[in-house]
Design a protein around this ligand. Structure first.
Ligand SMILES: *Cc1c(COP(=O)(O)O)cnc(C)c1O
Length: 366
């Protein structure tokens, strides 16, 4: 079976974890600090603040906006539900704009239509490893005085016009097990703002700057040195990992182009795609359904994933939530029914990728 994602840790990681165990510092310590420095460099951000998950990164990023009840965060409904949960956890109201079917990310034109006098934050999601149109999003944010929070959970090292994902506003990254860089569970917030970085550091540690000196109502959002040990040795190799993902994406595109019934994902001009996922979009009139394609791929030994099967608001717990404002998003709704991600991860050999191509072709023709 060719899996949709794979994890393997080398001896360098084993050594790093052992070193941490022997150091006696297993909670937040020097390795977390090193991960912050090195991750900030990787992304091109001034500051990086490590936290316990991508979700808590998003919660903290919203919390430091000092929103008032009723203030709105405008985001994409085509995302992992953590984006929505984090906004609600931080006490804000969430509103959705539609996405563009070319990059699966927040569509600035739709976002513009849905800005109200309560909108304070725009939160694009850099889905599948490619950023949203950050020129359009940044212009919109400037014009309406909005803060930008980037959900970059899937976009470590992605770029827009040479600028790193996570440096257009507050960047929120995930190091969950399946993400491009992992600590098992973990997250990072990037910012160019000294004061915000300082507040995030205090916030993640119970609002405490010096021992028992509380400056704000805080939380425990800390990462541990054990977690940091999983990612630290992998960062120097991350560019090669991205290169492998990019090669695999290119091979998939070469192998699948001209296949009737599917639209292939692409790297848009000016963007650097880090291919967290390679996601097919079946045409409305494709010969088979998305779910049938997934089933046939499984029969042929190829894993696939549906990210995501419904708009994030399309569940009773959100439809009935007093702080969720739902304006329908037809593109996101349609894409959610037709998307299927196929393996593109760095663990694939060239022959694996050819097997994926052959499986998709035969499944679509069968
Ligand atoms: C993974 C993910 C998150 C949440 O990150 P966790 O580390 O799992 O909490 C948020 N948004 C998106 C788009 C994600 O893919």
């Amino acid at each position: 079976m060719i899996a949709i994602s794979s994890i393997s840790f080398g001896e360098d990681v084993e050594r790093e974890v052992l070193d941490t165990l022997r150091s006696g510092i297993v909670a937040q310590g020097p390795k977390v600090a090193r991960l912050e420095t090195e991750f900030a460099q990787l992304v091109g951000a001034k500051h990086a603040v490590a936290v316990s998950s991508g979700t808590t990164a998003l919660v903290a990023a919203v919390q430091v906006q000092d929103l008032q009840p009723g203030d709105e965060v405008l985001t994409s409904p085509f995302t992992f539900v953590a984006t929505v949960n984090a906004i609600l956890e931080a006490g804000a109201t969430v509103r959705f704009a539609d996405i563009s079917a070319t990059d699966f990310c927040l569509d600035a034109a739709s976002a513009q239509e849905r800005i109200t006098e309560r909108t304070k934050v725009i939160a694009p999601v850099h889905l599948y490893g490619q950023t949203a149109d950050m020129r359009a999003v940044s212009e919109l944010a400037d014009r309406h005085g909005l803060a930008i929070i980037e959900d970059a959970a899937q976009a470590h090292g992605a770029q827009f016009d040479g600028q790193g994902a996570g440096t257009f506003g507050l960047g929120c990254f995930s190091f969950y097990a399946t993400k491009n860089i992992t600590t098992g569970e973990g997250g990072m917030i990037t910012t160019g703002d000294d004061a915000i970085a300082d507040r995030l550091r205090v916030l993640r540690n119970q609002g405490m700057r010096a021992r028992y000196q509380y400056e704000m109502v805080g939380h425990n959002y800390r990462m541990t040195d054990l977690q940091a040990s999983l990612a630290l040795p992998t960062l120097p190799h991350y560019p090669q990992q991205v290169a492998a993902r990019r090669r695999n994406a290119e091979l998939l595109t070469t192998g699948l182009k001209d296949l009737p019934g599917v639209q292939l994902p692409s790297e848009l001009t000016g963007r650097l795609h880090v291919w967290h996922q390679y996601t097919l979009l079946l045409d409305e009139d494709a010969p088979i359904t998305r779910d049938a394609l997934a089933e046939r791929l499984t029969e042929r030994g190829v894993g696939s994933g549906i990210y995501y099967p419904r708009a994030a608001y399309d569940y009773d717990c959100y439809r009935e939530h007093p702080r969720v404002v739902i304006d329908e998003t037809p593109v996101a709704t349609s894409v959610a029914k037709r998307c299927l991600s196929i393996p593109v991860h760095a663990g694939l050999s060239e022959s694996d990728v050819h097997d994926v191509v052959a499986a998709v072709r035969s499944a679509m023709e069968a």
